[in-house]
Design a protein around this ligand. Structure first.
Ligand SMILES: Cc1cc2nc3c(=O)[nH]c(=O)nc-3n(C[C@H](O)[C@H](O)[C@H](O)COP(=O)(O)OP(=O)(O)OC[C@H]3O[C@@H](n4cnc5c(N)ncnc54)[C@H](O)[C@@H]3O)c2cc1C
Ligand code: FES
Length: 286
């Protein structure tokens, strides 16, 4: 059982949880993720390790409510427990001194960018982070990202905070103003695709962390497969980070919606039946 020791709402449908998982915290590195299960009957969902505290034995995750599992997870309170919390999974980010690096986070993608930006800065890079969201209510971790970066630039699609525009607008400005040696982009698929289209024109190497559907997280089921440079890769064991200019985003987009109908049925059933008793979820008395 993995206790939620701290929980905080960060904004519209975005939650931050700190989970006591000392064995995961001991080994966690930037770029890795966990697969969790909220209770015995829950599905397995992948969530990025957004931060870790080895001394306290905790892992911080930030998640957005998009469907059944994340909706139910959002109802968990401090002191309640998750059934499974497996990790760290995936290949850690490759950290070295590149020079000037743009770390671009869109929406909830800001959380996975955070430990990578910090590690790149610690390795001596000039890290210019760009974070963006649809509106002000969806911007979070500005303070953490500022601390993890040499410089932070912020944008909102609707202009309700700092400035109006997409992260790609700010990235283009940055490239033309100073130039960059590497770009890291994490966020919704269309955003990562747009970043890659832009950086390709300038010949800038770009790393993306991809959010494919996942089941086992061990390279056995094939659910997370993605074509990278014409080869089939499994995001859970070969990634989740890949060279963005090699990723077949069109195929990824097609595969990401294959269970849309089932996901809707599952959410509708959950909303109809309501959550189970919290004590039952924790393995205590019903
Ligand atoms: C390596 C990895 C790391 C991730 N890290 C985070 C994170 O830190 N925070 C976070 O909020 N989410 C993260 N995700 C996405 C998260 O796993 C999904 O949002 C979650 O599985 C949705 O479950 P659900 O039952 O609530 O929704 P579902 O009913 O399964 O899906 C609802 C909607 O979300 C979409 N969706 C489902 N799974 C994914 C997915 N894997 N990626 C993107 N969209 C998806 C579906 O197409 C559908 O539109 C990560 C995914 C991967 C592969
Ligand atoms: S999730 Fe099954 S192979 Fe990657």
């Amino acid at each position: 059982m993995y206790e939620i020791v701290k929980k905080q709402e960060l904004g519209d449908s975005i939650n931050q949880i700190e989970i006591y998982a000392p064995l995961v915290a001991r080994k966690a590195l930037a770029g890795q993720f966990v697969i969790l299960r909220i209770h015995e009957e829950g599905e397995r969902i992948p969530v990025t390790i957004a931060d870790f505290d080895r001394a306290e034995g905790t892992i911080t995750c930030v998640f957005q409510v998009v469907g059944r599992t994340t909706k139910e997870l959002a109802t968990f309170k401090e002191g309640e427990c998750l059934k499974d919390f497996v990790g760290p999974l995936g290949v850690p980010s490759h950290i070295e001194k590149y020079g000037r690096v743009a770390c671009v986070g869109g929406g909830v993608g800001v959380a996975p960018v955070h430990p990578i930006a910090r590690a790149l800065k610690e390795a001596g890079n000039e890290v210019i982070s760009i974070i963006g969201a649809r509106n002000k209510d969806l911007i979070f971790w500005e303070d953490r990202m500022r601390a993890a970066s040499s410089e932070l630039r912020v944008t909102t699609d609707d202009g309700s905070y700092v400035r109006k525009g997409f992260v790609t607008d700010l990235l283009k400005e940055l490239i033309e103003e100073k130039g960059i040696d590497l770009c890291l982009a994490i966020g919704p698929l269309p955003m990562m695709r747009a970043v890659c289209d832009l950086t390709k024109k300038y010949g800038i190497k770009t790393i993306v962390s991809i959010n494919t559907l996942m089941v086992d997280g061990t390279g056995m089921c094939g659910c997370c497969r993605v074509t990278v440079g014409g080869e089939t890769k499994f995001a859970c064991v070969d990634g989740p980070e890949f060279d963005g200019h090699q990723v077949d985003f069109a195929e990824m987009a097609r595969r990401s919606v294959i269970y849309k109908k089932q996901e809707k049925i599952s959410l509708d059933m959950y909303e109809e039946k309501g959550p189970k008793s919290h004590q039952c979820r924790c393995g205590g008395a019903e």
